[in-house]
Design a protein around this ligand. Structure first.
Ligand code: TXA
Ligand code: MG
Length: 318
């Protein structure tokens, strides 16, 4: 089925799909999600099948309000509540002890659950009309690039989802920041749409997973995760790249001097927020060019630059 414009009537259709145990792709402010009824294990299982995602990688539950999220946790530490009030709706996911009603398939058997309230009118309306939290990973094939347009979803998942809602290009462009609370400490599991510095202003210094626990916490933190189909090489500047018809170039703020099959620019202004919003669109575009290598410039590692560097490092398998 072709993506359908996210009109009120089509959002209603998508909600009906979710309620009867189907799978609907929908826009959020970060990337497109592949959603199913978060309380229906069979429906959630289909997400894994469509994405070809291993079952040990848990899903994020999307809720429409803070009140709705509270029913999904068994315990909310005070600093976590502060973050919820400050950043929801928005690109922040919290990992906290799960309530009994959350099925094991959502959390891959963990005793914690990841939850967020997306800041996107289509996503919020869809969750409200569905009448339950929506479990949704990014709507790409496992290991593939995250989709920021309905077309990206269609290209990767084809007729997998029962419906794809088209809400245009997403605003933030990288996935949500994921914070867990372990032994009372805030731990950064994935840098993303909310800058780490902003979160630290609310809850103090964030810990790294290795500093806080022994076993891997974000199973999706598998090293190679956001990978274009083409080899990606991280570089400090253009002198490290080899121009030619078999290479592509991802620049931060200045176009490269050499000739490449295709070059993309993340932000002419050198704005990290704009760069994050363009990241996956540029990677999708370069990946399509049939080149052997994509040279990608490192970006400054602060603000949303951290989320960008995280994705680029994983894509390069560094
Ligand atoms: O912006 C986003 O977060 C997007 C949109 C659709 O909301 N979703 C997204 O989902 O990026 P996904 O599945 O691609 O990434 C979720 C990550 C995975 O790496 C998963 O391992 C981690 O969250 N995660 C989920 N539940 C967890 C838990 N209980 N403990 C640790 N990590 C968890
Ligand atoms: Mg993903």
């Amino acid at each position: 089925m072709k993506p359908l414009k996210a009109t009120p009537a089509n959002i209603k259709r998508a909600a009906a799909v979710i309620r009867r145990g189907g799978v609907a792709a929908f826009p959020t402010e970060t990337v497109y999600g592949l959603g199913a009824d978060g309380f229906n294990p069979g429906a959630c299982a289909r997400i894994f099948e469509i994405k070809k995602r291993p079952r040990f990688d848990p899903l994020i539950l999307h809720a429409a309000s803070l009140a709705q999220t509270k029913k999904l946790f068994s315990k909310i530490p005070k600093p976590a509540l502060k973050l919820m009030k400050k950043f929801w709706p928005g690109p922040l996911t919290l990992v906290l002890p799960k309530a009994k009603i959350v099925p094991g398939i959502v959390t891959a058997g963990l005793d914690t659950v990841a939850v967020r309230v997306p800041a996107h009118p289509v996503a919020l309306k869809l969750i409200k009309l569905s009448g339950r939290p929506i479990a949704a990973p990014s709507a790409n094939l496992f290991g593939g690039l995250s989709p920021i347009t309905a077309r990206h979803v269609k290209n990767q998942l084809g007729n997998g989802p029962d419906i794809i809602l088209d809400g245009g290009k997403t605003r933030v462009g990288v996935e949500s920041t994921i914070i867990a609370f372990l032994g009372g400490k805030p731990v950064l599991l994935r840098p993303g749409g909310v800058a780490v510095e902003k979160i630290e202003r609310t809850v103090g210094k964030l810990f790294t997973p290795s500093g806080a626990a022994k076993k891997p916490l974000a199973p999706g933190g598998l090293k190679k995760h956001y990978s274009p189909a083409v080899k990606l090489k991280l570089i400090n500047n253009e002198s490290e790249a080899r121009p030619g018809t078999r290479s592509a170039y991802l620049a931060f703020s200045k176009r490269p001097l050499g000739k490449y099959k295709k070059a993309e620019l993340l932000s002419a202004k050198g704005c990290l927020r704009e760069a994050a919003a363009n990241l996956f669109k540029c990677l999708h575009s370069l990946e399509k060019k049939g080149v052997e290598v994509i040279y990608a410039e490192r970006v400054p590692c602060h603000g949303l630059g951290r989320a960008i560097m995280d994705r680029l490092k994983r894509a390069s398998n560094e």
